[in-house]
Design a protein. Structure first.
Length: 368
């Protein structure tokens, strides 16, 4: 069992910078957990505290039921894969992968067995006698992962390991790491600033900002049920659209209104909570896939549309992104590529009001 538990973990540097603020986190045994957030949010500091490379200012970290705050990194039964690979350039791939085992006085026969096994898993057997300088970025990354695998640790830690790879190779390596996790069945904690990596790889996503954990759940729940405006805007590509407006009672119905002549009726499922905000400003959030051209929604309900002008059009092959503008705001729509809209066209956009989100203007927490 290799459950990792953080209890009220705090990190304050000597200069007073509060990097991580009293976080609680449970990473179950054998789970692939991704910690994601913008630069400076505290995700790498959290990973380094788990590894023992950073001291904990207060709180408690336990691995496999044992508190490890005062245990050195080499005795925590973890292996870490860094962003820059950290390979020894003068050593062969075999020597790089074997180095940690040699330092721990393993027998040569066991070292050879472990290195060959890891090399076969990662398909790098033919490079074992090569130096890192002749390998591609993806191959070097596999070597770095292989060096961790041979340790057979309880926990793998990954610190943005794919950020130096090109886009195509990142997609390939994401799939490889998922297959590796399925094969090894070991606890893995992966840090990234890329929400796409988080969504596609994590069984559990931990989203951080300013040293605080904002939400912990699986990717689909986080996408569909964000707890606040930050999470809603960070997860998803293109990101969620936001419009500021006021909730108004009119003609026995509840509306969201804004200065762009936007009058959107609030559906009955949202009414109980939104009635409390009558007369107050809120944020309306909606995903790019939750909009459509009125031409294709002939039975659209009244007060579910926004008039907007197509500004920038981005063909993506299987779909097309259109960036619209109104007098005071803008938003993005995701459409079928066969749609006949040109830059400068003003059209009526239908919002799927059953799937919109409302956020409190002051706290930015989700209302419904």
């Amino acid at each position: 069992m290799a459950e990792v538990v953080l209890k009220q973990v705090d990190k304050i540097y000597e200069n007073g910078f509060h990097a991580v603020k009293k976080i609680d986190l449970v990473i179950p045994d054998k789970q692939f957990t991704v910690i994601v957030g913008p630069s400076g949010c505290g995700k790498t500091t959290t990973l380094r505290m788990i590894a023992g490379l950073e001291t904990v200012s207060s709180g408690e970290i336990s691995i496999d039921g044992k508190v490890v705050n005062d245990i050195s990194p080499k005795d925590r039964d973890i292996a870490m894969v860094f962003q820059n690979y950290a390979l020894y350039p003068h050593m062969t791939v075999y020597e790089n992968m074997a180095f940690g085992l040699k330092m721990r006085k393993y027998k040569n026969t066991e070292i050879k067995e472990r290195v060959n096994e890891a090399a076969e898993i990662l398909d790098i057997t033919k490079y074992l006698d090569k130096k890192p300088k002749v390998l591609s970025g993806g191959q070097r990354q596999r070597v770095a992962v292989g060096r961790a695998i041979v340790r057979k640790p309880n926990v793998f830690l990954f610190d943005e390991p794919l950020s130096n790879l090109d886009a195509k190779l990142r997609v390939q390596m994401r799939a490889e790491l998922q297959k590796l996790h399925n094969k090894l069945q070991t606890t893995m904690i992966y840090v990234t600033h890329d929400q796409m990596e988080a969504m596609t790889m994590g069984e559990q996503i931990v989203i951080m900002k300013d040293g605080i954990i904002h939400q912990i759940c699986d990717p689909i729940v986080m996408y569909n049920q964000p707890v606040n405006k930050f999470v809603a805007g960070f997860i998803g590509s293109p990101s969620m659209n936001f419009i500021t407006g006021t909730i108004k009672n009119r003609d026995n119905s509840l509306f969201f209104t804004s200065g762009d002549n936007v009058n959107l009726i609030i559906f009955k499922d949202h009414i109980p909570e939104m009635e409390k905000y009558a007369g107050k400003e809120v944020f309306l959030g909606f995903r790019p896939e939750n909009v459509d051209d009125k031409i294709f929604v002939p039975d659209a309900k009244p007060f579910t549309s926004i008039k907007a002008t197509a500004d920038v059009i981005e063909p993506m092959g299987s779909e097309i992104y259109i960036y619209f503008k109104t007098a005071h705001t803008g938003f993005t729509g995701r459409f079928d590529p066969r749609i006949k809209i040109k830059s400068g066209d003003t059209i009526e956009i239908i919002l799927d009001m059953e799937h919109v989100h409302f956020f409190d203007k002051e706290t930015e927490k989700k209302i419904v």
